[in-house]
Design a protein around this ligand. Structure first.
Ligand SMILES: Nc1ncnc2c1ncn2[C@@H]1O[C@H](COP(=O)(O)OP(=O)(O)OP(=O)(O)O)[C@@H](O)[C@H]1O
Ligand SMILES: [Mg+2]
Length: 358
């Protein structure tokens, strides 16, 4: 039986206290149901004073969990139906800003975190991947989505350049690398094709990679973002409910100004900034150990004070970090112990603490 039929059957089995079938109640109580892999989100419309608010959600949850594919159920109870989402409606002249469209993409993850920066080349992809691996080493189930449609780096950094994902039941299966699940537009199209894409195509590509991929779910989904505050940032903030954003910056003033801008953009769309990572903090001479602050120093800490975001940690410049990225063997996937690997582990721990406190 297909999944829609299974849901129909499950809903038709539910009755109210007085024996009336749920599906026969007017106006309809079940307003929406979104399914993503093993996760279902159900929206109910019940008046503030409805006695059904007490017992019905648990009853529905129990029934829906009987469906074999469904492991987790979230029930949202609203007093009135939500306004239709803005993307399918013409813009209105109302003064209040329209709420972004919220769908259930990636809701089978405990935490969905965008790794972003204002400026390009500061190390977002390097940090996303090595942080994902640090979290995975701590025993968490981690996925990494490369949302950099214009300049995907994850295929190279994981050594999966040119590899195409397999497809099952019309859905893409992410590639497994070093214990984490990854997928990138770079695994689907020719490397040079994406650069000419315009905004709507980028949105479509991002949505497709979210909708048509069998993301397995788990503890963490990290999203490697392109630089800046453009189309992809908007798409991601509309298409998934982000737990928050991690901002990567170098200690330079120019990078920090852009990092603050990126942080402010997330705050504007009501996404928490979980913290700032200072990358390429210093270079430690492999011979004498002397530390040289190539891109200046401590700037990220000051930026954190300015925007009241936690400081997640500093990563030094290390040859093995760069080489690992280029050669598809990220440093955190090797047994190397260095100042950078220690930093990635500390940043992972700090992030976990922040989420637990959160
Ligand atoms: N801590 C580090 N030590 C040494 N090299 C690093 C470090 N961090 C990043 N790099 C190198 O710097 C370059 C840029 O890093 P990366 O691609 O991760 O940046 P990015 O912010 O994702 O760039 P883009 O904005 O193009 O997506 C890469 O060659 C990477 O290997
Ligand atoms: Mg990148």
């Amino acid at each position: 039986m297909d999944i829609e039929k299974q849901f129909e059957a499950a809903f038709s089995r539910i009755t109210l206290e007085n024996g009336q079938p749920l599906v026969s109640v007017e106006p309809e109580i079940v307003h929406g149901c979104v399914v993503n892999n093993d996760f279902a989100k159900i929206t109910l419309i019940l008046a503030e004073d409805s006695p059904l608010r007490g017992s019905l959600p648990a009853k529905i949850e129990a029934e829906i969990k009987q469906i074999e594919q469904i492991e987790r159920v979230a029930i949202e109870v609203l007093a009135t139906p939500p306004k239709e989402n803005s993307s399918t409606q013409p813009a209105t002249s109302q003064n209040t800003p329209q709420q972004p469209q919220r769908t259930a993409y990636l809701q089978n993850y405990e935490a969905v975190i965008a790794v972003a920066s204002g400026k390009g080349g500061v190390g977002k992809s390097t940090v996303s991947l090595n942080l994902a691996l640090a979290l995975s080493k701590k025993g968490y189930k981690v996925s990494l989505f490369d949302a950099d449609i214009y300049g995907p780096s994850v295929p190279i950094m994981t050594g999966r350049r040119g590899e195409k994902p397999s497809v099952a039941s019309n859905r893409l299966i992410p590639l497994e690398s070093f214990g984490i699940q990854t997928l990138s537009i770079g695994n689907l199209i020719d490397e040079n094709d994406a650069v000419i894409w315009r905004g709507p195509m980028v949105h479509q590509a991002v949505e497709q990679l979210l909708r048509d991929t069998n993301w397995p779910g788990g503890d963490f989904m990290l999203i490697d973002m392109p630089p800046g505050t453009g189309d992809t940032q908007l798409s991601i903030s509309q298409l998934c409910e982000l737990t928050g954003a991690v901002i990567v910056s170098t200690p330079q003033d120019v990078a920090l100004i852009d990092a603050i801008k990126a942080a402010q953009m997330f705050t504007k769309v009501e996404i928490d900034v979980l913290g700032i990572v200072e990358n390429m903090s210093f270079f430690a001479c492999p011979k004498c150990g002397e530390e040289t602050p190539i891109f200046s120093q401590h700037g990220a800490k000051e930026a954190c004070t300015k925007i009241q975001a936690p400081f997640l940690g500093a990563i030094p410049i290390e040859l093995q970090v760069r080489k690992g990225g280029d050669e598809g063997k990220p440093i955190m996937a090797t047994n190397k112990v260095s100042s950078a690997t220690e930093s990635f582990n500390n940043i992972a721990s700090n992030l976990i603490n922040i989420l637990e406190e959160g």
